[in-house]
Write a protein that binds this ligand. Structure first.
Ligand code: MN
Length: 229
């Protein structure tokens, strides 16, 4: 096949303990999946259930990266999240079949230009400028489910310059992972290579140039990156 210019390289993630990589198709994200985080953003978690948005696959950056502070924001926020990586897909997946579709898990950060997101919310506009910008999705290497199982609990933490900012537990999710996959697959036909960022616990906050960020999910792995000064 001939192209009029060189196609972009495929997006992929490293896998713990393997030389093969995980090819990424789409990145779906869950909003307000932890009650305390919904409250800190000014929402009643009972009145406003979790929901979905998306990021482009090429927003991924691997652990150890140094990222420029993104343009047109003065309020870049961190959101640490458990990442689910699918090896199979489908539509209308029942919750009891969902774990069988999962290849593995990782640690991700849903970087957010909070000021642009806030302005979009206020005006009823889309979130892409706040959420789906270049390098908005740092993600660590994937841990295969065949090695670690399917974590339903475990600490999920993020530190900035060694100071803990977010410290939650996977068991605080409003929609647990099988439920997320079931709901998401009613809206979109899922496929191998899809990633799902499953929402962030409380404690989101701003990052500044020069900040060093470390994140980990107990039993899954870790992620680190730095904002260039
Ligand atoms: Mn998020």
């Amino acid at each position: 096949m001939e192209f009029i210019f060189t196609p972009p390289p495929p997006v992929s993630l490293a896998i713990q303990g393997r030389s093969e990589r995980f090819p990424v198709r789409r990145i779906y994200c869950v909003g307000r999946n932890y009650a305390e985080h919904a409250r800190e953003m000014g929402h009643d978690p009972n009145a406003s259930p979790p929901f979905f948005f998306a990021q482009p696959a090429d927003a991924l950056v691997e652990s150890g990266s140094r990222l420029p502070y993104p343009p047109l924001t003065k309020d870049l926020h961190h959101e640490v999240e458990l990442v689910v990586a699918l090896k199979a897909g489908g539509a209308d997946i029942p919750p009891e079949d969902a774990e069988g579709k999962i290849y593995g898990y990782g640690v991700g950060v849903d970087l957010t230009r909070r000021d642009l997101q806030g302005a979009a919310k206020k005006e009823g506009k889309p979130w892409e400028a706040g959420k789906a910008f270049e390098r908005s999705a740092p993600c660590g290497s994937l841990a295969p489910a065949e090695a670690i199982g399917h974590p339903a609990e475990g600490r999920i933490r993020l530190s900035v310059n060694g100071e803990t900012r977010q410290d939650g537990n996977l068991n605080q999710m409003i929609w647990p992972v099988p439920h997320i996959i079931a709901k998401l697959s009613q809206l979109f036909e899922l496929a191998p290579g899809d990633l799902i960022l499953t929402g962030t616990p409380a404690g989101v906050g701003p990052l500044a140039p020069g900040d060093k960020v470390t994140a980990e999910v107990e039993g899954v792995g870790a992620l680190s990156f730095e904002i260039a000064s």
